[in-house]
Design a protein around this ligand. Structure first.
Ligand SMILES: Nc1ncnc2c1ncn2[C@@H]1O[C@H](COP(=O)(O)OP(=O)(O)OP(=O)(O)O)[C@@H](O)[C@H]1O
Length: 639
C-alpha cells in the first residue's frame, strides 16, 4: 500500500537553498503546525510537485523556487526529494530538480532539470532507475502510488487555495469530477472504440465486396476445375476405351487375318480346280481336235488302203498282163512304173498320214490326262471347299465390317481424345489465371470473418464499457454519498442541515447519458437545496473536507494518503472540536489500515492540542522561520 516516508526540501519558497529540510511522515497521522507564512503549505506543495510534477497555482516564472534575491544569489537550485512506498510495497525515491536564475534585466528564468525515479536502498536510488525524464516521472509516480493524477491534485494534495472546489461553480465542479472519474479518458476510449468500429465497418464493406468478387472468381475456378476434371475423366475414359478398341481391333485384325488365311485353303482348291478344269478343257479341246483329225485320217487311210490294194491288184494284173505284154507294152510298163511310183508316192503319202496316228496316241494320252485331271479334281473335297467358301463369304464380310467399325471407332476415339486434349489445354490456360484463388478466397474469408467478429466484439465492448462507466459512476457516487452522510452526521454540530450529498444529473447539453453535471446539496427535512451560494463559510469548509475525505476513501483504495491544509479555517470552536473528534474517530478507525496516512496542517494550537489528546500520535512537526528567515522543520513530542 502506498504511503509517504520522507520529504526533503531545498530551495523551495521560504526553505533555504543551502540546507536541506526534512520531514518524516507518520502513520496514521502527521500534524504540522506553524504560524501563518511559516512554510507549512509549502510542504503540501512539495508533496504535490514531487508526485505530479505540478507546481502550485500562480507560480509561473519561478515563484515556487526560493527567491535568488533572498538567497543573495544569481541562481538558485532547488530540490525536492520524496521517499515513498509504492502501492506494490516497494520503496521508491523521487528526486526533482529546479533552478531559477536572474537576468541582468531583473527577469527570472526558471528551468526544470532532470530528475530521478527509482527503487530505494538506504538513502540512495538503487540501480535500475525507472526514469530521469520529468514527463515520464509525472506519469510513473501516480501509477506507483496507485491513484490517478487528478485524485492526487484535487483530493490528496489539494492546494489550500483550491480547497473549496467542491462548492465552486458548476463548470469547475464538473471538470474536477470528470477528472476524478477519468470520464474523458473513458469517453475517449469509448469514442475511440466506436470510431474504430465505424472505420472497421466501412473497411468490412470493402472487404466483403472483395470477398464477393473472389467468390465469383472461385465459382468460375470451381466450374473450370470441374470441367478440367470432367475433361480429364473423359480423356481417361476415352483412352481406356481407345486402348480396349485398339486391342479389339488388333484381335479382330489378327482374327480376320487368321480367318482370311484359314480360308486360303479352299481358295487354293478353287484355284487348283479352276486350273485343272481349264487344263482339262484344254485337253478336251485338244482331244476333240485330234479326234476330228483322226476321223479324217481314218477315212484317208481307208481310202488309201483300198486304193493301194486296188492299185496293187490293178498293178499286179497289169504287171501280169503287162509282163506278158512287157514287151508289148515296154512303154506301157514305163507308164505303169510311173503310175506305180505315183502310187508309191501316194502310199508314202498315206504313210505320212499314218504317222499322224501318233496324234491318236497323243489323243489317248490326252484322254488319260483328262481322266487324271478329273481324278485329281475329284480328289479335292469341293463340297467342303464350297461350304468353307459359303461360310467364309457369310462370316468374313461381317468380321470385316466389325474390323472396319472398330477402325472407325478407334479413329473416332483418337479424334475425340485429341479434341478433348485441346479443350483441356485451353481450360488449363484459363484455369491458370485462378491458380491462387482458393488461398486468396480463404484468406479473404478469414479477414472478413475476423473483421466481422472483431466488429461485433467492438460493439459489445463499447456497450459493456458504456454501461460499466455508468455503473461505475453510479456506484462510486453512492459510495461517496454514503461516506459523506456518515461523516456529516458525526461532525456537523448545527441543526439546520441534516445531511449533504453530491447530485449527479445527466448533462442535457451533450445528449449522452455519460455526461454529468454535479451539485452539492444539503438536505433538511427531506428538502434538498444547493449548498453553493447558501451555506456559511464554516459549512463550506466542513463540506469541502468531508467531500475530499469521502472521495479519498472511494478513489484511493491503494493510497490512503490525505493532506488537509488548515481544515479548521472558518469553523467555530464547536465545529473545530467536532472536526477534531471526527478526524480522531477516522484515524482510530483506520489506524490499522496499512494505507491510511493523514497529514494535517494547522496554525490552530487548540486544534493541535485536541488532536494530541487523542493518543493517536506521539510526535508532531513545527514549521517556523529561523533567524535568517528561512523555514525550518522541527519534530516535537506531545505533552
Ligand atoms: N519564491 C519565494 N521565495 C522566498 N519566499 C517565498 C517565496 N514564495 C513564497 N515565499 C514565502 O513562503 C511563505 C509561504 O509559505 P506557506 O504558504 O507555506 O505558509 P504557511 O505556513 O502555509 O502559511 P499560512 O498558514 O498562512 O497558510 C510565505 O511567507 C511567503 O512569503
Amino acid at each position: 500500500m502506498a504511503s509517504l516516508n520522507k520529504l526533503a526540501i531545498r530551495g523551495i519558497r521560504s526553505f533555504d537553498d543551502k540546507n536541506i529540510s526534512v520531514i518524516e511522515f507518520f502513520t496514521p497521522v502527521t500534524v504540522i503546525v506553524g504560524h501563518n507564512g511559516s512554510g507549512k503549505t509549502t510542504i503540501i506543495e512539495c508533496l504535490k510537485y514531487a508526485s505530479t510534477g505540478d507546481q502550485p497555482p500562480n507560480t509561473r516564472g519561478g515563484a515556487f523556487i526560493h527567491d535568488p534575491k533572498m538567497a543573495n544569489e544569481k541562481e538558485v537550485k532547488a530540490q525536492v526529494k520524496l521517499r515513498f512506498r509504492a502501492a506494490n510495497g516497494s520503496r521508491m525515491l523521487a528526486i526533482r530538480n529546479l533552478s531559477v536564475s536572474v537576468k541582468k534585466t531583473g527577469a527570472m528564468t526558471m528551468k526544470t532539470l532532470e530528475g530521478v525515479l527509482g527503487p530505494l536502498v538506504t538513502s540512495k536510488v538503487q540501480r535500475g532507475v525507472i526514469s530521469t525524464k520529468c514527463a515520464e516521472m509525472d506519469v510513473e509516480i501516480p501509477q506507483l502510488l496507485g491513484v490517478s493524477k487528478a485524485v492526487l491534485e484535487n483530493v490528496i494534495f489539494c492546494h489550500q487555495e483550491d480547497s473549496y472546489w467542491p462548492l465552486a461553480e458548476p463548470s469547475t465542479l464538473k471538470k474536477k469530477f470528470d477528472d476524478i472519474f477519468e470520464a474523458t479518458k473513458y469517453t475517449k476510449a469509448l469514442d475511440a472504440i466506436r470510431g474504430l468500429r465505424k472505420d472497421k465497418v466501412a473497411e468490412l464493406k470493402t472487404e466483403k465486396a472483395k470477398l464477393e468478387g473472389l467468390s465469383k472468381e472461385k465459382a468460375t475456378a470451381d466450374s473450370l476445375r470441374n470441367k478440367l476434371s470432367d475433361l480429364t475423366a473423359d480423356i481417361a475414359q476415352n483412352s481406356i476405351e481407345l486402348d480396349q478398341k485398339r486391342e479389339e481391333l488388333r484381335l479382330q485384325t489378327d482374327s480376320n487375318k487368321k480367318f482370311y488365311e484359314s480360308s486360303t485353303k479352299f481358295r487354293e482348291i478353287y484355284i487348283k480346280v479352276d486350273g485343272l478344269n481349264s487344263t482339262k478343257k484344254h485337253y478336251q479341246e485338244e482331244l476333240d481336235a485330234l479326234k476330228e483329225n483322226l476321223h479324217e485320217l481314218a477315212g484317208i487311210h481307208m481310202f488309201v488302203k483300198a486304193k493301194r490294194a486296188r492299185a496293187l491288184e490293178d498293178c499286179n494284173t497289169k504287171i501280169d498282163e503287162l509282163d506278158a505284154e512287157i514287151a508289148q507294152f515296154g512303154q506301157q510298163l514305163e507308164g505303169a512304173r510311173k503310175e506305180l511310183s505315183a502310187i508309191e508316192k501316194e502310199i508314202n503319202e498315206s504313210n505320212a498320214t499314218v504317222s499322224n496316228l501318233r496324234d491318236n496316241i497323243r489323243a489317248r494320252k490326252l484322254v488319260q490326262d483328262i481322266a487324271k485331271t478329273q481324278a485329281e479334281i475329284d480328289e479335292y473335297d469341293l463340297e467342303e471347299a464350297a461350304k468353307a467358301k459359303r461360310l467364309f463369304e457369310e462370316k468374313y464380310q461381317l468380321e470385316q465390317e466389325k474390323q472396319t467399325q472398330l477402325q472407325s471407332t478407334v479413329a473416332r476415339l483418337g479424334g475425340s481424345i485429341e479434341s478433348l486434349q485441346q479443350q483441356l489445354e485451353v481450360r488449363k490456360e484459363e484455369f491458370n489465371k485462378y491458380n491462387a484463388i482458393n488461398s486468396q478466397y480463404r484468406e479473404q474469408l478469414v479477414t472478413v470473418k475476423l473483421s466481422d467478429m472483431a466488429n461485433a466484439d467492438l460493439e459489445k465492448y463499447a456497450k459493456a464499457l458504456d454501461s460499466a462507466i455508468m455503473k461505475y459512476h453510479s456506484l462510486k457516487m453512492e459510495e461517496v454519498n454514503d461516506t459523506m452522510r456518515h461523516l456529516w452526521n458525526k461532525t456537523y454540530q448545527g441543526t439546520d442541515i441534516d445531511g449533504i450529498k453530491i447530485c449527479s444529473d445527466d448533462d442535457k447539453n451533450t445528449g449522452t447519458k455519460r455526461s454529468y453535471n454535479y451539485r452539492v446539496v444539503m438536505t433538511k427535512d427531506q428538502v434538498e437545496m444547493d449548498m453553493r451560494g447558501r451555506c456559511s463559510a464554516g459549512q463550506k469548509m466542513l463540506a469541502s473536507i468531508i467531500i475530499r475525505l469521502a472521495l479519498a476513501d472511494s478513489f484511493g483504495q491503494n493510497c490512503g494518503i490525505l493532506a488537509l491544509d488548515e481544515p479548521t479555517n472558518a469553523l467555530d470552536t464547536e465545529n473545530i472540536d467536532a472536526l477534531a473528534s471526527s478526524l480522531i474517530d477516522i484515524i482510530n478507525e483506520r489506524k490499522n489500515h496499512a494505507n491510511f496516512q493523514l497529514v494535517i496542517i494547522t496554525h490552530d494550537e487548540s486544534f493541535l492540542r485536541k488532536l494530541g489528546q487523542s493518543n493517536v500520535m506521539e510526535y508532531y512537526w513545527r514549521v517556523s522561520r529561523d533567524p535568517r528567515q528561512k523555514s525550518i522543520i522541527e519534530r516535537h513530542r506531545f505533552g
